[in-house]
Design a protein around this ligand. Structure first.
Ligand SMILES: [Zn+2]
Length: 264
């Protein structure tokens, strides 16, 4: 279950099942508790949004302190709506924050190295959390509609199998706040592509077709053998007072993050 927490005036979500393992520090952010102003007020993490670099870095410091991870080792994706996964090692610590990054065209990160906080960015696109309690390894994915169509979640699981010897039975997954069926309207062409690949049960007809992306991601995870999938069932568009929503805010918005590190 995803639950809200408030600490340091910062509001964020944690997955209770992840907390209970005591293996990770993690959260999904909200827009509440940072220093940014205007359309990105106030806890914006997007460097490409209408914000200053100083404010964004300050927000990263705030969230790191709030959940107890090492700011200097935050390791970021660049996210290009593809489905490639990058294995983070000690040599990558801090890339995108304290050192220049050569992590390119990557939408998901995995690691088994303790104390390196992985970070993915979101503002409607689905955040997926992966925790293998047996091999003590983790992953984060940015599963936008393109990444969901390309099944980035399966790519993460496959990478964890190869790199860490993970068994999907031991991996618990969380699907965080994103744009849900109520607000994810698409054109006929996209609806047809999804129907062809995943089945018509995921297409809901309003005035125009809407796609149930989070149910597709859950099915993708279960098809890989994951037994525990925790859905937040929170729509970013419906709750744009708490979350940035790219569609809900007419593209004038900030960026949320998933963040997760293995404890040392
Ligand atoms: Zn909605």
């Amino acid at each position: 279950m995803f639950v809200y927490k408030e600490n340091n005036n910062v509001k964020y979500l944690v997955i209770e099942e992840f907390e209970k393992t005591n293996l990770v520090n993690h959260c999904f952010s909200t827009r509440i508790g940072g220093v940014s102003v205007g359309e990105v007020a106030s806890l914006n993490f997007g460097f490409k949004r209408k914000d200053t670099k100083e404010n964004v870095l300050e927000n990263f410091k705030i969230i790191s302190k709030t959940i107890g991870v090492d700011y200097s080792k935050l390791t970021l994706t660049d996210q290009v709506h593809k489905a490639d996964v990058y294995v983070v090692t000690e040599a990558d610590a801090g890339k995108g924050i304290t050192v220049a990054s050569d992590i390119k065209e990557i939408d998901a990160l995995v690691t088994n190295v303790p104390n390196i906080p992985l970070v993915t960015f979101h503002a409607d696109c689905i955040p997926v959390f992966f925790l293998d309690t047996a091999t003590k390894s983790i992953g984060l994915a940015h599963s936008g509609w393109k990444g969901t169509y390309e099944n980035i979640s399966k790519n993460v699981i496959d990478k964890m199998k190869v790199e860490f010897g993970s068994n999907p039975n031991d991996i618990i997954c969380g699907i965080g706040p994103s744009i849900l069926t109520c607000h994810f309207e698409v054109g006929e062409d996209v609806a047809n592509d999804f129907e062809e690949r995943y089945g018509k049960e995921y297409i809901k007809m309003y005035n125009k077709p809407h796609i149930d992306l989070t149910s597709i991601v859950e099915a993708q995870l279960r098809n890989c053998g994951v037994k525990t999938v925790i859905q937040s069932n929170i729509c970013t568009y419906c709750n744009k007072n708490i979350f940035y929503s790219y569609r809900g805010d007419n593209h004038k918005t900030g960026s949320l993050i998933s963040i997760m590190a293995l404890k040392g």
